[in-house]
Design a protein around this ligand. Structure first.
Ligand SMILES: [Zn+2]
Length: 130
């Protein structure tokens, strides 16, 4: 898979067309499904290599342990998608960069994703307009 394959549709928990999703609820339900054995780890620990690379290089480490493997702390990555940005979005690593994008006045959305570099679990945490 290349960078070009990466898109907003690759982010687990991304809102379905038109629907509003409570990302945290969706995440909790998914984790429960794994715990009770309804889902296999490999069905959900399938982060795109691009996402894992971004998480490892520019991601912000959190204090939270990965809910799936419980071996590594989760890392947060922010992607911005929207008008005149590449289809695979722009990975934003600082608040300053986000402010610069915001200053363009374009219709952009930031997607904050948690990812585990250990088991490749990933889930969308929140989406907000830039
Ligand atoms: Zn993990």
């Amino acid at each position: 898979m290349s960078t070009a394959d990466f898109s907003v549709g690759r982010l687990r928990g991304a809102p379905e067309r038109g629907g509003i999703v409570d990302h945290r609820l969706a995440r909790r339900m998914l984790i429960n499904q794994i715990r009770i054995g309804r889902l296999r780890r490999d069905e959900v620990c399938d982060a795109h290599p691009e996402l894992i690379r971004a998480a490892a290089n520019v991601g912000t480490e959190t204090e939270a342990l990965c809910p799936v493997c419980e071996q590594e702390n989760l890392r947060l990555v922010t992607y911005v998608f929207g008008h005149r940005l590449p289809p695979h979005g722009r990975c934003v690593s600082s608040a300053k960069e986000l402010r610069q994008l915001s200053a363009t006045g374009r219709d952009l959305r930031a997607y904050v994703v948690e990812a585990c570099c250990g088991c490749r679990w990933h889930h969308l945490l929140r989406v907000f307009p830039v």
